[in-house]
Design a protein around this ligand. Structure first.
Ligand SMILES: *Cc1c(COP(=O)(O)O)cnc(C)c1O
Length: 397
C-alpha cells in the first residue's frame, strides 16, 4: 500500500472528486516537478499527456508573453481574431482538407464531433440516422454524450439516462462491427487509434481500415479521438498516419495548447458543408491567448526532426520496458504502446506501483486497475528514460 501518503478525501474547499496524494507541487522545469520542500519528481505523466513540451517550456512561455503584449486574451466568437485563424490553417495543412472548430477540452470536442456527425447524417438519412458506434475499452470524456460513448459502466451508471443511441463493439470482431454499423441508423463510428484510459491499447491491425471501409459503404462519419494519442505522442503527428486511414472528423485536445485548455475538431469538407451559423458555439473556444500558444506548440511538434526524436526516444523506452518484462515475468504480463505512450500490464494493482514509484521520485499514471501508464514529455532527455524505467522496476512488488 501507499504508506498513508494518499489522502482519502480532498482537503479544504475542493469538491471531493479525486483521491490525490498529499504532495503539493509548486514549481516545474522540463520533465521535473518540485514540491514545497524542494524534492524533485521525474514527471512521466506530463499532466496526462498535456505538457508535451515539459514544464516551464520556453515555447509556451514566449507565446503567452506575446499574446499578453497584444493585450487581447479574449474577444468571444462574436469577432474575428488572428491567432485562431492562423492555427486552423496550420492544423488543416498538417492533417487533411477540413475546417476547424475550437473549444476548451477533450470532452467538449467529442460532443461537438457527435453534433457535427449527426447534422451531416440527418441530411442524408433523416432523424433515424443518429446512432453512435463506440469501441470496447473506449474513453471519450465525462459529459453526457462523451460519457455515453465511454465503455466504463461505473462512470456511466450513476448518471443515467445519458445520451441514448450508443452501441459498443469489439474492434477485433469484424462481424459485430458489421452488425452494429447501419446505413439507416448510424451517424458515426468513434475510435481512439491507440486507446489511452482503457489500458494503452493500440487497435488490432486492420481495425481502422475495416471501419473506414464500412463507414464509406454505409454513409457513416468516422471519428478518430486523438485527444491522447495525437499531436506527436505516437511518433507521428497523428496516430492515424501509421495506417494511412483518414477520418471524417478528427478530435484533438490534451497537448494542443501546451498545458492551456483547448480542444479542436477537424471536419472534412462534406461534414463541414452540412453545418450552418448557429448550429454550435462556445464563448471561450479558440481565443487569441490559447490559439497563439497552440500555434507555437504545433509548429514545434510538427517538425519532422522533433517527431524523429520522439520515435527514437520511444524505441528506447520500449526497449527498456521489454527488458523489465523479461526480468519480471512474474509481475509484468504485457508491454503495449507506441512512440512515447506505453502501458505495462501487471498481475498486481497498478495503484500500489504508482504510489511506490512516487515515493522514490517518479510520477506515473495508471490506466485501469492493473496497467501502469507512461506518458513522458515528448522532449524528455533520453538518459532519463532508463532512469525512470529502473525506478518503475524497483517499485514492482
Ligand atoms: C482525456 C481524454 C478525453 C477527455 O478529455 P477532457 O479534456 O478530460 O474532457 C477524451 N478522449 C480521450 C482519448 C482522452 O484521453
Amino acid at each position: 500500500m501507499s504508506g498513508g501518503s494518499v489522502a482519502t478525501a480532498e482537503p479544504g474547499a475542493l469538491l471531493g472528486l479525486y483521491r490525490r496524494p498529499e504532495v503539493v507541487f509548486v514549481r516545474g522545469e522540463g520533465p521535473w516537478l518540485e514540491d514545497a520542500d524542494g524534492r524533485r519528481y521525474l514527471d512521466f505523466t506530463a499532466g496526462i499527456g498535456v505538457t508535451a513540451l515539459g514544464h516551464g517550456s520556453p515555447v509556451v512561455a514566449d507565446a503567452v508573453r506575446a499574446a499578453l503584449d497584444d493585450g487581447i486574451i479574449h474577444t468571444s466568437n462574436l469577432f474575428r481574431t488572428v491567432p485562431g485563424e492562423a492555427l486552423a490553417e496550420a492544423l488543416v495543412a498538417a492533417a487533411f482538407p477540413s475546417r476547424v472548430f475550437f473549444c476548451n477540452s477533450g470532452a467538449e470536442a467529442v460532443e461537438a464531433a457527435f453534433k457535427f456527425a449527426r447534422r451531416w447524417a440527418r441530411a442524408a438519412g433523416g432523424a433515424a440516422k443518429h446512432e453512435i458506434v463506440a469501441l470496447t475499452g473506449s474513453f471519450h470524456g465525462r459529459l453526457f454524450g462523451s460519457l455515453a460513448a465511454t465503455d466504463r459502466p461505473a462512470y456511466r451508471e450513476p448518471f443515467e439516462p445519458l445520451m441514448p443511441g450508443v452501441r459498443f463493439v469489439d474492434a477485433a470482431d469484424p462481424d459485430a462491427m458489421d452488425a452494429a454499423v447501419s446505413a439507416e441508423r448510424t451517424a458515426a463510428v468513434i475510435a481512439e487509434p491507440v486507446q489511452g484510459e482503457g489500458g494503452v491499447r493500440p487497435l488490432p491491425p486492420g481495425a481502422l481500415e475495416r471501419m473506414r471501409a464500412l463507414c464509406d459503404a454505409r454513409g457513416v462519419a468516422l471519428v478518430f479521438d486523438e485527444i491522447q494519442c495525437g499531436l506527436g505522442r505516437t511518433g507521428r503527428l497523428f496516430a492515424h498516419e501509421h495506417v494511412g486511414v483518414r477520418p471524417d472528423l478528427l478530435v484533438l485536445a490534451k497537448p494542443l495548447a501546451g498545458g492551456l485548455p483547448m480542444g479542436a475538431v477537424l471536419a472534412a469538407p462534406h461534414v463541414a458543408d452540412a453545418l450552418e451559423p448557429g448550429d454550435h458555439g462556445t464563448t471561450f473556444g479558440g481565443g487569441p491567448l490559447v490559439a497563439r500558444v497552440a500555434g507555437a506548440v504545433l509548429a514545434t511538434l510538427a517538425d519532422p526532426a522533433f517527431l524523429e526524436g520522439v520515435r527514437r526516444r520511444g524505441a528506447r523506452l520500449e526497449d527498456a520496458l521489454r527488458r523489465v518484462a523479461e526480468r519480471r515475468p512474474d509481475v509484468v504480463t504485457e508491454v503495449r504502446g507506441m512512440g512515447l505512450m506505453w502501458g505495462v500490464e501487471l498481475t498486481a494493482p497498478a495503484g500500489d506501483v504508482v504510489a511506490r514509484a512516487r515515493e522514490s521520485g517518479l510520477l506515473l499514471a495508471s490506466a485501469g486497475p492493473q496497467v501502469v501508464r507512461l506518458l513522458p514529455p515528448l522532449n524528455v532527455p533520453g538518459a532519463l528514460i532508463e532512469r525512470a524505467v529502473s525506478l518503475l522496476e524497483e517499485a514492482l512488488p
